[in-house]
Design a protein. Structure first.
Length: 201
């Protein structure tokens, strides 16, 4: 069972902000445990602003995806989410000046058509908000991809995880108490699992 399945499991009983907070806080503790033997040198950065922007975008994408996973069939959510790499390619061309090969441009067009096939039949349905959330999450994560390309050459893997976790905890902490439900039983193990499955940021 992957993290999206586990999040879908939790979304029926817990608020989105609570899931974001607990998942990210647990991941943060794990990152700190990995960084501690080196005296935290792996967390040094000269790009705090970019890390903060990346963390805020990851918060938006995480919250919207978690909402979508709880309200949509996972197949539909992933059909939209898989546009991330194509959208990142377009944004990298616009913002970083990278060249878009003709094959990539064709793939983008086909991908957009595929998203239309999934989303358009749902317009006017009860889950329209969930589809909109999934599209917003995909767009946010595409911007994350562009910032990641810019940062990855000079930052450690632990730093790329640490700073977004800090930002996401800071944003979700004041929002999570609304509708808080204390985890119990198997749900505790599920929260631990999604925290231990470190994000592929």
């Amino acid at each position: 069972m992957c993290s999206s399945d586990l999040i879908k499991w939790l979304a029926g009983d817990y608020g989105i902000m609570q899931i974001v907070l607990l998942r990210t806080a647990l991941s943060l503790l794990l990152v700190l445990a990995f960084a501690a033997p080196g005296g935290m040198r792996a967390l040094r950065t000269g790009h705090a602003t970019l890390h903060c922007a990346r963390g805020a975008l990851l918060f938006v994408s995480g919250a919207t995806f978690f909402y979508a996973f709880g309200h949509l069939p996972l197949a539909d959510a992933y059909a939209i989410f898989y546009m991330v790499q194509l959208a990142s390619t377009v944004l990298a061309a616009l913002l970083l000046g990278e060249r878009v090969p003709s094959r990539a441009a064709m793939a983008i067009a086909v991908g957009l058509l595929g998203v239309g096939v999934v989303v358009v039949p749902q317009l006017g349905g009860g889950e329209l908000l969930a589809y909109a959330a999934c599209v917003l999450g995909t767009a946010s994560y595409a911007f994350v991809g562009v910032i990641t390309r810019k940062l990855s050459a000079g930052e450690t893997r632990l730093a790329m995880l640490f700073y977004p976790c800090i930002v996401m905890v800071a944003i979700s902490l004041p929002l999570a108490p609304a509708g808080w439900s204390t985890p119990a039983g198997a749900d505790i193990l599920v929260f631990v699992a999604i925290g231990a499955l470190l994000p592929r940021w």
